[in-house]
Ligand binder design. Sequence first.
Ligand code: CMP
Length: 142
Amino acid sequence: ALERTFSIVKPDAVAKNVIGQIYARFEEAGLKIVASKMLQLSREQAEGFYAVHKERPFYNDLVSFMISGPVMVQVLEGENAILKNREVMGATNPAEAEAGTIRKDFADSIDENAVHGSDAPETAAEEIKFFFNDDELCERLR
Ligand code: CMP
């Protein structure tokens, strides 16, 4: 089915100046960017976005990292976009990521792993709403 998914280029990848190389991976996989912006997350935004992880031991480090510099947030559209984006990203831990994936090629550790992507349709819808108003999502008719 035609889906939309939410994606973040994290501070480590922005600092490495590989935003364009990561966007190229999305495009090569047939994913279309239908919304995109750069922003510096506030601590409150990062805590809210990752609230599901707040009891996990890595939560505080995760929030500190996500506010350490600007991020790109984007909405990707395509056939099976949620799974396709997860395949393009590779495993959460870059040490376990397959060759040719974004995390294998651009990430250094499980904590600084270059990208985030929604894991299911419900979370995709929630995460898109967290960062974008409806009028910021474009229709790509061709
Ligand atoms: P992300 O998809 O952004 O969701 C939560 C993030 O926490 C995850 O990517 C990792 O960067 C980070 N993280 C650190 N340690 C772990 C862990 N043990 N399991 C899952 N995520 C972790």
